[in-house]
Design a protein around this ligand. Structure first.
Ligand code: NAD
Length: 367
């Protein structure tokens, strides 16, 4: 944790000296705000791959409540480059062997796990045991049972756990939650969500089931599943799924394209699909009085949406900066995060049921 150089506390001190106590009351929105202004929590990124390097580290240059304080990497060369680029002191650089000694480092408040999925559980639990709050990337773990272990370990260590669900801080997706859950255009009568991309590069850990837990469904489908859940503000009770494989050699170990139908309480059945072989990214809802939709719906930027009343005209934001700032705020003010481990677990319960349905060929209950 480091002090904020231009702290609101200093500002307020000057203000009270100059203008008197009357202005102080109005300038000080809340005690929490004062607390926030004086703290910047230190985040250590674990796993310096594409997402950490391309999105999270740049976003951490824009955050107000937290900063990039440390890194955990197995590659000494990366340690050098990152240290120089982001001014990270040697004492805040760890590898996978000495990671647990991060417990003794007061600069690190939050550990952000950005590793292959099969490593999420181990590093989340080790971070919590080291006394750190944790953000874990999506999908939360290989299956729901592992999610439960992670949640339990963080509870036992009295540390907060959040999942890297950036779209819960993205204004178009927040608008969809409002439109759907508050039934602004009437009840949702049809909903379809889809997410995928066409795999172009060489095979990586994502195509090895033991490391990824699955293919397009785990990686991309998780957004489409969540899109349905947050549009309706309900948890699905059952699912029926099918799949298609046009490149069995490339996707011999994981799913390529998966289609599913989710049954929600009250009877609505929504459609979803995920793919490593189709460029999809939308959320489309028909309602009693019209429609609303996002396309593209789930990217880092460029999200666009419209309703039956016209275009949404909502600006895009740096989702990851808002997401990490919000979590730091939650840690400082001891408020629950809107994307806790339980949210990751709910998605994994659906994913597990989809895989069961692909195996059985039948409708499967969720949970
Ligand atoms: P990546 O392959 O680019 O990076 C993985 C990192 O883990 C690398 O630095 C690699 O060196 C390290 N690593 C350590 N041990 C490893 C091992 N045994 N095998 C392979 N790599 C190992 O992957 P990525 O795209 O950065 O994804 C990392 C995590 O972030 C995944 O969980 C992914 O789902 C998630 N992610 C989230 C978003 C999002 O929008 N929230 C976007 C992309 C990725």
């Amino acid at each position: 944790m480091k002090p904020n150089p231009t702290s609101r506390r200093d500002f307020l001190r000057h203000l009270s000296l100059g203008a008197g106590a009357l202005t102080l009351g109005s300038a000080l929105a809340s005690f929490d705000e004062l607390l926030l202004a004086d703290k910047k929590l230190g985040i250590a990124l674990v796993g310096l791959g594409n997402y950490a390097g391309g999105q999270l580290a740049p976003a951490l240059q824009q955050t107000k409540n937290c900063y990039l304080a440390g890194i955990v990497t197995g590659t000494p060369e990366k340690a050098k480059t990152w240290s120089a680029k982001y001014n990270i002191p040697q004492k805040n650089i760890y590898n996978y062997q000495n990671f647990d000694s991060i417990a003794q480092n007061p600069d690190i408040d939050i550990v952000y796990v950005v590793l292959p999925v099969s490593m999420h559980k181990e590093y989340t639990i080790r971070a919590a045991k080291a006394g750190k709050h944790v953000i874990c990337e999506k999908p939360m773990a290989l299956n729901a049972a592992d999610c439960r272990e992670m949640i339990m370990a963080c509870k036992q260590a009295n540390r907060m756990l959040s999942i890297g669900y950036r779209l819960h801080f993205e204004p178009h997706n927040l608008e969809v939650m409002r439109l759907g859950q508050k039934q602004v255009l009437g009840k949702v009568t049809q909903l379809e969500t889809a997410n995928g991309f066409t795999w172009g590069g060489p095979p990586t850990w994502r195509l090895k089931k033991a490391m990824s837990g699955g293919g397009g469904l785990m990686d991309m489908g998780i957004y489409a599943i969540q899109g349905a859940r947050y549009t309706l503000g309900q948890e699905p009770i059952a699912v029926k799924a099918t799949q298609e494989k046009t490149k069995p050699e490339l996707f011999k170990d994981v799913d390529e394209t998966v289609f599913w139908e989710l049954e929600f309480p009250g009877g609505l059945v929504t459609k979803g699909k995920s793919s490593y072989n189709n460029n999809w990214g939308y959320l489309k809802a028909k309602t009693e009085k019209g429609f609303f939709e996002l396309e593209p719906a789930y990217g880092y930027g460029g999200i666009d949406g419209r309703t039956s009343n016209g275009p949404m005209n909502i600006p895009n934001v740096i989702q990851q900066a808002l997401q990490m700032d919000d979590f730091a705020n939650c840690v400082i003010t001891k408020k629950p995060t809107r994307v806790p481990g339980e949210e990751g677990l709910k998605d994994m319960l659906v994913v597990d049921a989809i895989y069961r349905s692909l195996d059985s060929g039948k409708r499967e209950k969720i949970g």
